[in-house]
Unconditional design. Structure first.
Length: 273
């Protein structure tokens, strides 16, 4: 049996026996004979990595909305156990403001074992599970119980590993995912980066397996779209507040708000101007 077909068969078997397919797939990647140790990079990857400074606590220590916007353009780095690194540029976020926010897991200031990370120091990961199988990753900010959801990434490095991790997490055989499909949603990016509940309460400024580094060109105000959050449901006025932010014109964003973009264009806000 060709090695590639054998690997896919093994990954499928892992999916059927593991509650956390992402991490099982990571382990499989580590033990694949003859695996190419050099990361595969996107054609969009132009960041110079040498001596890239890691984002520190002072970056994360800002109000929730400010942090959600500041994340845009920054780089999330995930180091696999075998030493390979996955890199992705943050292109979409959502702010959850804590006690007053009816859509937040910490609404009313309620602190539980599940949401404890939202009350920890800025830069702490809050990872929770949805539908019993998928994960979403947030980062705590200033403010009691406030955190930012990472919604979408532009994959930059390690795309082959991301595809294998995504493939192992999906129940049915599927065609090869395109670059823009790898991380265009909060659960997708967790699958692609091998993130599960084990990453909950980790510190982005201290952890050896996940951290952030600055992007090259911070977006300007005219490059950022502010619109409503997704999947909020019946949360009254909080369902309509513009607390989702994404990079305008970026093809890796999960959901584009054409109405808001037209309004921006009518006001003379052209991207990159």
């Amino acid at each position: 049996m060709p090695r590639k077909r054998k690997l896919l068969t093994q990954l499928s078997a892992l999916q059927n026996t593991s509650n956390f397919p992402q991490i099982s797939a990571v382990e499989q990647l580590n033990t694949t004979p003859g695996a190419d140790p050099s990361p595969k990079s996107s054609k969009y990857f132009v960041l110079e990595k040498k001596n890239s400074p890691q984002l520190q606590e002072d970056f994360f220590n800002q109000p929730c909305v400010s942090l959600a916007k500041s994340f845009l353009g920054q780089i999330l780095v995930r180091k696999l156990p075998d030493g390979r690194e996955l890199w992705g540029r943050i292109v979409e976020t959502e702010a959850y403001l804590g006690g007053e926010d009816e859509a937040s897991h910490s609404k009313g200031g309620k602190q539980t074992q599940r949401n404890a990370a939202m009350f920890m120091k800025p830069g702490t990961l809050y990872v929770y599970q949805i539908y019993g199988i998928y994960f979403c990753m947030n980062v705590s900010s200033q403010g009691e119980g406030a955190a930012v959801l990472l919604r979408s990434l532009e994959p930059l490095q390690g795309l082959d590993a991301m595809r294998e991790l995504r493939r192992a997490s999906r129940k049915a055989p599927s065609r090869l995912l395109k670059d823009w499909q790898l991380c265009n949603g909060p659960s997708k990016l967790c699958q692609a980066f091998g993130i599960d509940k084990a990453f909950d309460q980790r510190d982005l400024t201290q952890d050896d397996a996940i951290w952030m580094v600055p992007g090259q060109d911070p977006p300007g105000e005219q490059d950022v779209v502010a619109t409503t959050r997704i999947g909020i449901g019946n949360r009254g006025e909080w369902a309509q507040k513009p607390l989702r932010f994404y990079l305008r014109g970026n093809r890796f964003v999960s959901v584009v708000d054409k109405k808001v973009e037209r309004e921006m264009a009518a006001r003379g806000h052209s991207p990159g101007s």
